[in-house]
Design a protein around this ligand. Structure first.
Ligand code: MGD
Ligand code: MGD
Ligand code: MO
Length: 772
C-alpha cells in the first residue's frame, strides 16, 4: 500500500477468494482494498501485488533445452533443478507444439494425450483455463480426461449409491443456508470442523464473503456446535464450539459408537428407517456385533478415537434430543477408506430420523467452501462450452501417477475393472500437480515417462519446471472476463487492470493459433474473438430470464448484475421424506441405502456394502505409527488458495524461518527438543521436508498440522523439499477401489530438530533461462 501515489486508481476484480479492488499505478498493481460492500474481505488478496509482478512470472514461451536438442522422448531428468530452458518466440513454439500434437495423435491416437489438467486456475467464466484447454483438445480430436476431484471424490462416487445422483447434487449444491440453520437447528455436529479460512474460497469467487457472518448468526441464535477435529481453531471463537479432539481418521468409529448408543437406548427413529431407508437391519446387526462379533460400543470406540465412552454416550443422547445437523467436512474423506465417515454420517443422521426436516439431517461441506450453503443458482451462470470429447477414455483424477507409470495395466474403480491408457503427451493448464498430488518423488518418476509435457502457466511453478514446453499465460488481472460462482449473489464484470506481463498471452488466443496450425481454427473460435465470446456468454445467460436484465454494455458499465433467481433456501430431501414413493431417490431401492447391494456385489474389501470400521495404516495406533509416531494433517492453507501466490506478502507473513509453518503440541515439541521458531526436518520413508515450528495447544497431542501449498523446492540434497510441501511425505494410495480418491490429508511422520544453517529456499527464483 505504501507504493501508492496520486496516479493510483482502484480497479474492481474477482478471484476465487472473493471480489476486491486492485490499486494500480501506471502499469503496476501496487495494492488491494476490499470490494464495495464486502465487509469480511479475505486477506488472501494481499498476495496479489507481489505475485502479479514476481520474478517467477513466465515472461516468454520456453522450451526445455534437453527436449529442444533431443526431441520428444521419455526423460527421467524432467524437473531436475539443473534443467535449463530456452526462450523462443510465439511462432516458433507454436510451430513446434502443433507438430508434436500432430505426431502424437497420428502415431498413437488422441487417447495418448492426457488433458485432465486438474486445478483451480483463476476465476473468470470465459478465460477459465480448463475450459479453454478442454475445448481446444476436443477440437483436435479429443484426449484422455480425468473424473472426479481431489476435493471430494468419495462424495462424488459413494453418495450416488447411497442417496442417488440427484441427492448427491443436492447435498453439494443446495444445502440449507446458515440462516436456515440459525432458525431450525439446535445442534451442529461437525466432523472436520468449520474452518473459517476455507470459506474464503469458492470456485469462481463470491461477490461477498457470507460464511463467517452466517456462522456467527447461527451461534447468536443459540445453535450449539460440537467440532470433532484435531484442531481447536477449526471453528470461529464466537461459536463457542465444544471441541472433541478425536484421533484423525477415527470418525467412523465415533459414528458407529453413536449409532450403537441410539439403537441400544431405543433412540433411533424406527418409522423413518422403515419408510425411507433400506439396510437398517444390516447396520443394526453390524453395530451389535452380530456380523463379525465386534459390537461398536462407546467402550470399543474409546480405544480407537481417544474420546471417553461417557462423552460418546452423552453426545448420542443430545443428538437425539433436538434438531441435529450432522456435517462431514471433505477433509475426512480425503483419506484411506474415506468413503466410510461419509456413509457413517448419513447412517447416523438416518437413525436420528431427521433427514428431510428443516435444519436437520446430513450435510457435507459446511466450512469447506465459501459457496457451500450460500444459496443456489438454478438458471446457471454464463458459460463457455467445452464441446464434445470424441474419445471415451478417463481416469479417476488422483490416479495420474499410476496411469503414467503403469500403461496398459488394470485397476478397479466403482465396480469396473479398467485399464490405464498409454500416455505419450501430457497437457496441463491451470493446475499444479506438483502442489496437489501425493508422493512427489513418485510423481517425478511418472512425469519422466511421457514423450512431451506441455504446461500453460502464469508462474514458474514446480509443474512448469517439469514441462518441456511452457506457455506464458496472462493472469486474470490482464484480461476482460466475467466472474460468478454457484449460489452467488451477483455476476460481476472483471475488466483488465494491467497489461500482460512480458509476452504472456490469453490462452484463448494461444489455442486459436494452435488450432489454426492444425486446420481447425474456425471450429475452435466459431469466428469470434475473446471479446465477442464475452458478450455472447453473457447474452446467452441473460436470455434464460423472462425478466429484463441489462444488456452486455449496460452490465459492463455497471460492473455487475444481481442474480435474479438465486434460491437462498431449500430443505434437502423434504419431498422424499414427505412421500418417498412419489419422490424416490435415484438409488436402486429409491431409498437411502444404509446397505448397498450394488457396492457389496463389487466385493471390495476396502469398501464393503455398509458403513464399517476399517483401520488405515496412516493412523495413530497403527503398526506403522511405531516407526512414524506423529500424524501429520495436511489441510488447506490459510494464507492462500493452494499453491497460488505463495510468494505473496500475506502467505509469506505466515512462514517461519522462510518455510511453511508447522504447528505441533508443546509436549510433542519438548519431547524432541524442539522450540517455537525452530526449523525441523519432517520425514518418513517417502521423503523429507524442512518446516518452521509453532508450538500450540490448539493442536492435539500426537498430531502436527502442516497445510499444503508451499512451493515444492527440491534444490538441496538436505531434504526432498526444503520449503515444506507435505506432499513429499503423503502416500499415493486411493481411498478405496470404489472412489479412488486422494488420501493426502493424513500421513505418519517423525520430526527432528534441524541443527545448523538450513539450506536456502530457492524456488522463488526463476529457473535457468537462456534466450535463443
Ligand atoms: N496432501 C494434500 N494434498 C492436497 C490436498 C490436501 O488436503 N492434502 N487438497 C487437494 C485439493 S482439495 C485440491 S482442489 C488440490 C488443488 O490443487 P491445484 O488446483 O492444482 O492448486 P493451485 O495451486 O490452485 O493450482 C492452480 C495453478 O493454476 C495457475 N493459474 C492460475 N490462473 C491461471 C490461468 O489463468 N492460466 C493458467 N494457465 N494457469 C493459471 C496457478 O499459477 C497455479 O499454479 O490440491 C489437493 N492436494
Ligand atoms: N484458504 C483456503 N481455503 C480453501 C482452500 C485453500 O487452499 N485455501 N482450498 C479449497 C478447496 S479446493 C477445498 S476442496 C476445501 C477443502 O475443505 P476441507 O476439506 O474442509 O478443508 P481442510 O482444511 O483440508 O480440512 C478441514 C479440517 O479438517 C480437520 N481434519 C483433518 N483430518 C480429520 C479427521 O480425520 N477427522 C476430523 N474430524 N477432522 C479432520 C483438520 O483439522 C482440518 O483443519 O477448502 C477450500 N478452501
Ligand atoms: Mo479441493
Amino acid at each position: 500500500m505504501d507504493r501508492q501515489d496520486e496516479r493510483t486508481t482502484g480497479r474492481p476484480t474477482s478471484s476465487h477468494w472473493g471480489a476486491y479492488d486492485v490499486l494500480v499505478s501506471g502499469e503496476r498493481v501496487v495494492g488491494v482494498r476490499p470490494g464495495a460492500g464486502d465487509t469480511d474481505s479475505s486477506p488472501i488478496s494481499r498476495n496479489v501485488p507481489d505475485a502479479q509482478h514476481h520474478a517467477t512470472r513466465v515472461a516468454a514461451p520456453a522450451v526445455r533445452r534437453r527436449w529442444l536438442e533431443n526431441g520428444p522422448g521419455a526423460d527421467g531428468l524432467r524437473g531436475s533443478p539443473a534443467d535449463e530452458y530456452v526462450e523462443l518466440d510465439w511462432d516458433a513454439v507454436l510451430d513446434l507444439l502443433a507438430a508434436e500434437f500432430d505426431r502424437v495423435r497420428r502415431d498413437h491416437g488422441n487417447t495418448a494425450i492426457y488433458g485432465g489438467s486438474y486445478g483451480w486456475a483463476s476465476a473468470g467464466r470465459l478465460h477459465h483455463s480448463q475450459s479453454q484447454v478442454h475445448r481446444f483438445l476436443n477440437t483436435i480430436g479429443g484426449y484422455t480426461r480425468s473424473r472426479t476431484t481431489y476435493s471430494h471424490a468419495c462424495v462424488e462416487v459413494l453418495l450416488p449409491h447411497v442417496v442417488g445422483q440427484g441427492g448427491t447434487a443436492d447435498l453439494l449444491e443446495r444445502a440449507p443456508t446458515w440462516e436456515a440453520v440459525a432458525e431450525h437447528t439446535d445442534l451442529v455436529v461437525t466432523f472436520g470442523g468449520l474452518r473459517l479460512s476455507n470459506t474464503w474460497n469458492a470456485s469462481g469467487g463470491r461477490a461477498r464473503q457470507t460464511a463467517a457472518e452466517g456462522m456467527r448468526a447461527a451461534a447468536g441464535a443459540g445453535v450449539r456446535t460440537v467440532s470433532v477435529s484435531p484442531l481447536r481453531d477449526d471453528t470461529v471463537d464466537e461459536m463457542g464450539a465444544e471441541w472433541l479432539p478425536a484421533d484423525p481418521g477415527s470418525d467412523t468409529a465415533v459414528q458407529l459408537a453413536l449409532i450403537h448408543t441410539l439403537f441400544d437406548e431405543d433412540l433411533v427413529d424406527r418409522a423413518f428407517l422403515a419408510r425411507c431407508t433400506v439396510g437398517a437391519g444390516v447396520l443394526r446387526d453390524y453395530v451389535a456385533g452380530v456380523r463379525d462379533g465386534v459390537a461398536t460400543t462407546p467402550e470399543w470406540a474409546e480405544e480407537l478415537c481417544g474420546l471417553s465412552a461417557g462423552t460418546l454416550r452423552g453426545l448420542a443422547r443430545r443428538m437425539a434430543a433436538g434438531r441435529t445437523l450432522v456435517n462431514v467436512g471433505w477433509s475426512v474423506q480425503r483419506t484411506r477408506f474415506g468413503e466410510q465417515p461419509l456413509w457413517g454420517g448419513v447412517a447416523l443422521a438416518a437413525c436420528l430420523g431427521q433427514i428431510g426436516l428443516p435444519g436437520g439431517g446430513f450435510a457435507t461441506g459446511y466450512g469447506s467452501s465459501g459457496n457451500y450453503a450460500g444459496g443456489s443458482t438454478p438458471s446457471g451462470l454464463p458459460r463457455f462450452l467445452q464441446g464434445m470429447n470424441p474419445i471415451d477414455a478417463s481416469i479417476p483424477v488422483a490416479r495420474v501417477a499410476d496411469m503414467l507409470l503403469h500403461p496398459g495395466e488394470p485397476y478397479d474403480y466403482n465396480g469396473r475393472r479398467r485399464t490405464y491408457p498409454d500416455i505419450r503427451m501430457v497437457v496441463w493448464s491451470g493446475g499444479n500437480p506438483f502442489h496437489h498430488h501425493q508422493d512427489l518423488a513418485r510423481l517425478t518418476r511418472a512425469f519422466g515417462r511421457p514423450e512431451t509435457v506441455v504446461v500453460a502457466e502464469t508462474h514458474w511453478t514446480a509443474t512448469a519446471r517439469h514441462a518441456d514446453i511452457v506457455l506464458p499465460s496472462t493472469t486474470s488481472l490482464e484480461r476482460d472476463d466475467i466472474a460468478a460462482s454457484q449460489g452467488d449473489l451477483r455476476v460481476r464484470a472483471m475488466p483488465r487492470a494491467v497489461p500482460p506481463h512480458g509476452s504472456a498471452r490469453d490462452e484463448y488466443d494461444v489455442y486459436a493459433d494452435l488450432a489454426e496450425r492444425l486446420g481447425v481454427r474456425a471450429e475452435f473460435t466459431e469466428g469470434r474473438t475473446a471479446a465477442q465470446w464475452l458478450r455472447r456468454i453473457y447474452e446467452q445467460w441473460r436470455a434464460r430470464y423472462a425478466t429484463a436484465l441489462p444488456d452486455f454494455d449496460a452490465f459492463w458499465a455497471a460492473g455487475g448484475v444481481d442474480i435474479p433467481d438465486r434460491v437462498a433456501d431449500t430443505t434437502l430431501f423434504g419431498d422424499f421424506r414427505a412421500d418417498p414413493d412419489t419422490h424416490p431417490l435415484g438409488t436402486p431401492s429409491g431409498r437411502i441405502e444404509l446397505y448397498s447391494e450394488t457396492i457389496d456385489s463389487f466385493g471390495y474389501d476396502d469398501c464393503p456394502g455398509h458403513p464399517a470400521w476399517l483401520p488405515a495404516s496412516e493412523r495413530l495406533g497403527s503398526e506403522r505409527s511405531r516407526r512414524w509416531p506423529l500424524l501429520l494433517v495436511a489441510n488447506q492453507p490459510r494464507g492462500k488458495l493452494h499453491s497460488q501466490h505463495d510468494m505473496g506478502a500475506y502467505s509469506r507473513s505466515l512462514e517461519i524461518a522462510d518455510r511453511a509453518r508447522m504447528r505441533m503440541h508443546p509436549g510433542d515439541a519438548r519431547a524432541r527438543g524442539v522450540a517455537d521458531g525452530d526449523v525441523v526436518r519432517v520425514h518418513n520413508d517417502r521423503g523429507s521436508l524442512l518446516a518452521g515450528v509453532e508450538t500450540s495447544t490448539d493442536v492435539r497431542p500426537d498430531v502436527v498440522q502442516l497445510s499444503t501449498g508451499a512451493w515444492y523446492d527440491p534444490s538441496s540434497p538436505e531434504a526432498t523439499c526444503v520449503h515444506g510441501n507435505p506432499n513429499v511425505l503423503t502416500a499415493d494410495t486411493g481411498s478405496s477401489a470404489l472412489s479412488q480418491g486422494t488420501t493426502g490429508q493424513h500421513v505418519l511422520v517423525e520430526v527432528d530438530r534441524y541443527d545448523g544453517d538450513p539450506p536456502p529456499v530457492r524456488v522463488f527464483e526463476p529457473p535457468r533461462l537462456r534466450p535463443r
